[in-house]
Write a protein of this length. Structure first.
Length: 140
């Protein structure tokens, strides 16, 4: 592998009760602690809880074994919220690892302290609240 740049458009936000609307594409996904204002129909994100990757993102979120662990990070009155970005299957793990290494979400274990890929730059656009819009990670 060589140094590579990935441009990821992040779509979202889907509240837990609306997660059936999450695209079922290949990509990365972000899990947040969020609050919903029904008067303004807006979501406010408070922190990234988990970052993952999957061949079918919606199916993965629905059946995720860490779902109950994610809920432990949601403050009273808040709820889970999700966003996702399309990534080709070949590069999903590399992009996921770069996001995890940069953001260090509490429910991720792998890639928080090491990055086993060549230099990777991820440029994120779209729904990027709490996500660094340009990050470069080096092999550690």
């Amino acid at each position: 592998m060589t140094a590579q740049t990935f441009n990821i458009n992040i779509d979202g936000y889907w509240r837990d009760q609306n997660k059936s609307g999450i695209p079922n594409h290949s990509g990365v996904y972000f899990v947040y602690d969020a609050s919903y204002d029904s008067n303004k129909d807006t979501v406010t994100l408070h922190k990234i809880i988990y970052i993952g990757e999957a061949g079918k993102v919606r199916e993965r979120i629905y059946g995720h074994e860490k779902f109950d662990d994610w809920l432990k990070h949601v403050r009273s009155g808040n709820e889970l919220c999700f966003s996702t970005g399309y990534v080709e299957a070949t590069y999903r793990e590399r992009v996921e690892a770069a996001y995890i290494f940069e953001h260090k979400p509490p429910e991720n274990d792998e890639y928080k302290d090491s990055f086993p890929f060549d230099t990777t730059t991820v440029v994120s656009s779209g729904k990027t609240v709490l996500i660094n819009t340009k990050l470069t990670v080096y092999r550690t």
